[in-house]
Design a protein around this ligand. Sequence first.
Ligand SMILES: Cc1cc2nc3c(=O)[nH]c(=O)nc-3n(C[C@H](O)[C@H](O)[C@H](O)COP(=O)(O)OP(=O)(O)OC[C@H]3O[C@@H](n4cnc5c(N)ncnc54)[C@H](O)[C@@H]3O)c2cc1C
Length: 549
Amino acid sequence: MNHHLASKWVGHMRPCLSGPQAARLGYSSLATQYRHQRPASANTQSFPRLPIPKRQISSQPPQQNHEPPLQPSDAEPQPQDQPPRKQGTLKSWILFNIAGLSAVLITAVVLKSAGFSGGEDKKVINKTSFSPFTIVSKEQVSPTAFILSVRAAKGDGKGDGDSAQAFREAWEHGLWSVEAKQPQLQIARHYTPLPPPPSPLSSPSSSSSQLSNENIESPLPLLRFLIRRVDGGEMSTYLGKLRAGDAVWLRGPHLGFDVDKRLGDIGRRVVFVAGGTGIAPALQVARRLLDGGGGGGGEGDGAEEQQQPTVSILWANRRAADALGRERERRAVSTGGGGTGRWFSSWWRRGDEAPSPSHHVGEQQQGRKQAEVEEEEESSFAQQQIRDLQRRHPDRFRVSYYVDEEGSFIGARDLRAALTDGGGTHSSSSSSSSSSALLPLSKTCPWHSPAALAKLPDDDDFARRGVECRCGGGGGGASSSTTTTAGAGAGANLICVSGPDGFIEAYAGPKRWYAGTEMQGPVRGVLGRMLADGGNGAEVEENWLVLKI
Ligand SMILES: Cc1cc2nc3c(=O)[nH]c(=O)nc-3n(C[C@H](O)[C@H](O)[C@H](O)COP(=O)(O)OP(=O)(O)OC[C@H]3O[C@@H](n4cnc5c(N)ncnc54)[C@H](O)[C@@H]3O)c2cc1C
């Protein structure tokens, strides 16, 4: 989702981890270390500079030089051949103009920093200039993470409808982000809005809730961001210091991959490998596919629940405090006699085979007691999102937690379990997915070919929506050149890797730069090896498309 290249954070190059090296270090330890891949200077060019006002000094000085003294009668007679006067005038003229120019530049910078320059910042959110939002609340959810809730600043009403429309399209699209700017340093970074809560009208037990309209219909939309404050991080530290009532400047929305279209007609499963705040795009996708009616061709054609896509999230955090929503899962497991939450973590560390999902989910439902209800009332918005999805889609949504400080990491075995699932996770859908799982991906389709994806930037699926799927009617269509619309047997299961650059590199290989644009690049890392193995007849079939987010 790197819409504006210059606005992504950048920095020094680190060698890519590979094979045993990455395994030794533990991938999730990379989860919260955003590694930068570009010269730092590129990062600071994130929004257009204020055009420097043209110098106003060129005409004035000559006039002064040629003008007669204001009060010639009072002036001391000056001999014609006395140069000091002329030199003095020239000197003061230069000083005057330097001072004037400095004043203009300083004023421009101050105005620019404050976000009020030349109409650049507008009330209506848009992709090119920053719009003012007001912080409604700030919720500290862990020692390093907080949720910032912001609402479009109250304007004159004009353009509110346009803003609402832009957000409505973004939520309908699914995966999207906005940029926030740090006005003093003039840098910007992307942040991913958490999905809105389900509509109060939908029953808690309903599996098909509607998104609340608070973000969709409201003329002044409310956006919530889960943000981690990183040591020495310019933007996250700046945002961390803001308080309710302060202004924050956003531009966007920048739409990301169209997961619905890439799942197409036969894709049934999405596995998210998320590091740290990479959980936010995972929740966007879960909401879009599980609540939004999209994905897998299941909607509107009478397909049953088992035809709907499933979302499984493997979420790595450095600290236990950041594993939001895990307490309930730990308790549910321990309620089943399996031991303590600590045991649950060490279960992953040992790399044992995953427990069957039905066992897991059943215990979660059993473990839902009054204490949990109370806990939920006190929990953060992100926790509520996770729990709500778990409650309403027990067979289609799962989060597995990994915590560095507890020694649990997402390893190849966990990935293999998730990919060969039903990795056992989604029992009701595994049979339908396994039939499509045998179909190989197209080698030519712009939507479903890994080779084509490697050469795409990750932010333009919305703009590409007119491009047709070339999988052909047969689903695999490896050599087909037939042009069809997505849906006739086309599509792929999706592995989404979201998080810091180092995290993405370790699991899926680095993104690559071509002609000044950051592209997805080929799939390498743990998943690259795993999928290549699959091609040789090993555990994982080759119908997984890897999206680096
Ligand atoms: C599409 C997209 C969506 C994003 N969504 C979110 C989101 O919802 N929430 C969120 O918090 N972030 C999100 N990010 C990351 C965010 O844009 C910033 O990169 C992040 O907040 C760090 O910026 P900074 O200016 O504070 O750090 P910088 O000043 O850019 O970095 C300072 C130092 O901190 C290191 N560093 C940077 N990030 C981390 C980290 N996470 N852990 C450890 N060290 C780090 C850097 O390597 C550098 O040495 C997203 C990024 C993208 C591309």
